[in-house]
Design a protein around this ligand. Structure first.
Ligand code: UT7
Length: 308
């Protein structure tokens, strides 16, 4: 039996910081409205999905003390690929010098958890170390003149190195879910811009996050008191707060970076995870509950035991 552990982490965000006051210069909005309704104070805008992924991936390699040649496969979660064909992962693989297969996963904001489970499956099937990245340039598919969506999006990337370990490893439980009948709630056609029925996505998100997170805890044989850190997708602070309350996990045990990065889709969970790790909030033996939701709709949760 082969399981996984995470041995390295890194992030990348564009240099350009756009504050809520900057947004209010062009849009009929205000810092007070954005902070109250979303928890966002600023976001980074710019770069390319591959460029951010390369930077985050290299940082994760350096952190793990690994060279690219030691990585077997690259899994890249993104909703904003550089192009339609080829995938963005091969560009990242080539730039970093990783040897094996490289492919994109598009599961919208659940992409990082989908990627984690995919990486664990590859490792169970015999793969060596895997690089998993969530990278997004949502600003490229957003109408920055539409205040309903422009204020929530941000660009960035987060990467981890996932190593094989003998035995069950750290992925204690997981579930991946989707419901394509809800695809109209959050979508972007070829050449178009993002559309989101914010209110309806909000309502559904709280329900599905709680249901899938509770299932992941039960499958791991854990309750809310056993979770050291909740690492949720960063879509809206009010969604995170509502989920915490319903799950019985205090907000103090939650990784929140939405104030600095906005909603970065599949990059948001690794950005939040990285912030918690470098902030000294993650220790060997801790149980981390990762949970994401987004367009599709897709939603997914996983429980990780850290270290080992
Ligand atoms: O990442 C994957 C999934 N995405 C999400 O989970 C996002 C979920 N949805 C949301 O986060 C929220 O629905 C939004 C932040 C997008 C919107 O917040 P809301 O509290 O649902 O606002 P709303 O759309 O119901 O609008 C309330 C009012 C409206 O005015 P009236 O009709 O009450 O006069 C809007 O026109 O706020 C107005 N409004 C704004 N005002 C200032 C909408 N956007 C803005 C804005 N600034 N940017």
């Amino acid at each position: 039996m082969r399981g996984i552990r995470i041995s390295g982490w890194g992030i990348a965000v564009p240099d350009k910081v756009v504050t809520n006051d900057d947004m209010a210069l062009n849009l009929d909005t205000s810092d007070a409205w954005i902070v109250e309704r979303t928890g966002i104070r600023e976001r980074h805008i710019g770069g390319t999905t591959s460029g951010l992924a390369i930077e985050a991936g290299q940082a994760a390699l350096d952190c793990a003390g690994r060279t690219a040649a030691e990585i077997d496969h690259l899994v890249l979660a993104t909703t904003t690929p550089d192009g339609i064909v080829p995938g963005t992962a091969p560009s990242v693989q080539h730039a970093l010098g990783i040897k094996g297969g490289a492919f994109d996963i598009n599961a919208a904001c659940s992409g990082f958890v989908y990627g984690l489970v995919t990486a664990a499956g590859l490792i169970a099937a015999g793969s060596g170390p895997i690089m998993l990245i969530g990278s997004e340039t949502l600003s490229n598919i957003t109408d920055m003149n539409d205040r309903a969506i422009a204020i929530i999006v941000g660009d960035g990337a987060g990467a981890v190195i996932i190593e094989p370990v003998d035995g069950a490893g750290g992925l204690l439980s997981w579930n991946l879910n989707s419901d394509g009948s809800l695809r109209h709630l959050l979508k972007c056609e070829h050449g178009g811009t993002l559309f989101m029925d914010g209110k309806e996505v909000f309502r559904k998100a709280v329900r599905v996050v709680v249901e899938s997170a509770e299932r992941a805890m039960a499958d791991a044989g854990l309750g809310p008191d056993d979770i050291s850190l909740l690492v949720p997708h960063q879509a809206n602070l009010r969604i995170i707060q509502a989920a915490c309350q319903r799950l019985g996990i205090p907000e103090e045990r939650t990784a929140v970076v939405i104030d600095r990065y906005g909603n970065t889709s599949s990059a948001s969970i690794p950005l939040a995870l990285h912030d918690a790790i470098v902030g000294g909030r993650v220790h060997d033996g801790d149980h981390l509950l990762l949970t994401g939701f987004g367009g599709g709709m897709t939603w997914a949760s996983a429980v990780l035991r850290w270290g080992g």
